[in-house]
Design a binder for this molecule. Structure first.
Ligand code: FAD
Length: 471
């Protein structure tokens, strides 16, 4: 998601000017070195050592079986067990909690769904309200349970590299303000106070958004769930689902009989036989630097805000953690891989995608010319769940209306997947009126063609349009 071949000339010129102006300082601040570890995300590296729980052995009967231990699964277990303390809940995770995208993302804690083009004013206000409340809920949970989760909420930017797009964003922001949405347009002078990158004509600041360590959140909630009566089985992939008024789940060493199940498997969902024509897995690469000092951050032109994404066809996104690491993702179509036949093979080592990381590093260098010397320490890959229309799907299905699901966040799930558990719980309680009619609720979806057309379509779309699948 970034410059690719379409980097605006002005932005390149700006970058070159910044390079020549700041490089003597930068080279002293950022000695050239590249120390890269294995495929572990920064978020896991910064979490305490974690020992996954025992797998399921034998047969259990539960009211709700949740498949998947990321934000969606853990938030469902959290809200459901609090709302229905008397019910039996099991969470089954193939590997360990936060193994998927929730422990491997870019860390941006954002408002909105992945796209809100064409919404009515009423819908804009409802969706923004829902996600901003969701961010507040995440913070409240962290505080209530005294979780050791690193996050910052000093705002994120969406930057504009074209004057006409910047002006349109300015007008839209003023309109959103009339709906009570507190986004703020920054012209290029105001923007330089936060992000000093030339060639960017303006930005929209969303003040209540930020950055969070997802692995710390998901794993930190484990003891809270266990105390609330949730049985958590890790190293327990669900191999087969047999639907009925009682659903049977088969695992390598056991079986679950459940009155209802929750699919919390996002990009992996097709493997269970669900949403094969709706959600496809996309492997996405990210890297992070070692912690930078305040002086180093200032030399980059990054001042007191959590993260940004840009408006280019191949969007770049980046955050600075509270500890000072720069995390960078997107920036080119090489940042993503769709593997033939929906392969969700858990990511290999970063060495299996050296060209992707080189290309992403080049993009980051175009933005921040000082980066040739940045100490990149972590590279990792995660699995996104993408839908054709890039819309999140949440609801209930099945002949017995007992298969709940929330999938297809399209790279925008850090807030949404945490909200999902609350919405599903309200849906089960029959208390979900507030969500009916929202774009994700029992939404229809565009059908993705079968292979080999799917693979070919992906290649055509990304290569011919130059757009990121996650744009
Ligand atoms: C590289 C990357 C960058 C991203 N950046 C951002 C960002 O900056 N901001 C943002 O909002 N969103 C971002 N996202 C998206 C966001 O992280 C996801 O939308 C969100 O984490 C989805 O959570 P989840 O719990 O639904 O899925 P996951 O976290 O993927 O969890 C699914 C879990 O299910 C388990 N599982 C799979 N199959 C089975 C099975 N058969 N049985 C049992 N368990 C199973 C997996 O092991 C996994 O742990 C990013 C994603 C990636 C990959």
């Amino acid at each position: 998601m970034a410059f690719g071949g379409k980097l605006p000339v002005k932005l390149l010129m700006g970058a070159a000017q910044v390079a020549s102006m700041t490089w003597p300082v930068a080279s002293a601040l950022f000695p050239e070195k590249l120390e890269v570890d294995d495929n572990q995300a920064l978020w896991v590296r910064q979490s305490p050592p974690y020992t996954p729980g025992e797998p399921l052995r034998g047969t259990i009967d539960v009211d709700l079986a949740i498949i998947g231990g990321g934000f969606t699964g853990v938030s469902t277990a959290y809200h459901f067990s609090r709302r229905f303390p008397e019910k039996r809940v099991a969470l089954l995770e193939a590997k360990s909690l936060a193994n998927g995208a929730s422990g491997r993302n870019g860390g941006m804690l954002l408002n909105w769904l992945s796209d809100h083009t064409g919404y009515s004013d009423d819908m804009l206000a409802k969706v923004y309200h829902m996600t901003s409340q969701g961010i507040q809920m995440i913070v409240d949970i962290i505080k209530e349970h005294n979780l050791d989760v690193s996050y910052r909420l000093d705002g994120t930017l969406h930057t504009y590299t074209d004057p006409a797009r910047a002006e349109a964003a300015h007008a839209e922001t003023e309109h959103l303000n009339t709906l009570g949405i507190p986004e703020k347009y920054l012209d290029s002078a105001a923007l330089r106070e936060k992000l000093n990158v030339q060639g960017v004509y303006g930005a929209v600041l969303d003040p209540g958004t930020g950055q969070i360590n997802g692995a710390q959140l998901v794993r930190g909630l484990r003891p809270v769930l266990v105390a609330g009566g949730v049985a958590i089985y890790e190293g327990t992939p669900v191999l087969k689902v047999r639907e009925g008024s009682t659903i049977t789940l088969t695992t390598p060493e056991g079986e679950v009989r459940a009155k209802a199940i929750m699919l919390a498997t996002n990009g992996y969902t097709g493997k269970l036989g669900y949403f094969q024509d709706a959600v496809f897995p996309l492997h996405s690469h990210v890297f992070a630097t070692a912690p930078l000092t305040a002086e180093q951050q200032a030399a980059l032109g990054w001042h007191a805000f959590a993260g940004y994404s840009d408006d280019l066809d191949r969007i770049s996104y980046s955050v600075v953690t509270r500890e000072g690491n720069i995390v960078f993702g997107g920036g080119s179509n090489q940042s993503y891989a769709y593997l033939f036949k929906n392969r969700t093979a858990y990511p290999g080592t970063p060495d299996s995608a050296p060209r992707s990381f080189t290309r992403m590093r080049d993009t980051m260098t175009q933005y921040f010319p000082q980066t040739p010397g940045l100490p990149i320490q972590h590279r990792w890959t995660g699995t996104l769940g993408i839908t054709l229309r890039r819309n999140w799907l949440l609801g209930v299905r099945g002949e017995h209306r007992n298969v709940y699901y929330s999938v297809g966040y399209c790279g925008h799930g850090v807030t949404l997947a945490n909200v999902a558990g609350k919405i599903i719980t309200q849906m089960i309680s029959g208390d979900d009126d507030a969500y009916r009619g929202l774009p994700f609720y029992q939404a229809s979806y565009g059908r993705i063609p079968p292979e080999p057309f799917r693979w070919m379509g992906y290649q055509f779309f990304t290569r011919l349009t130059g757009k990121s699948p996650r744009a």
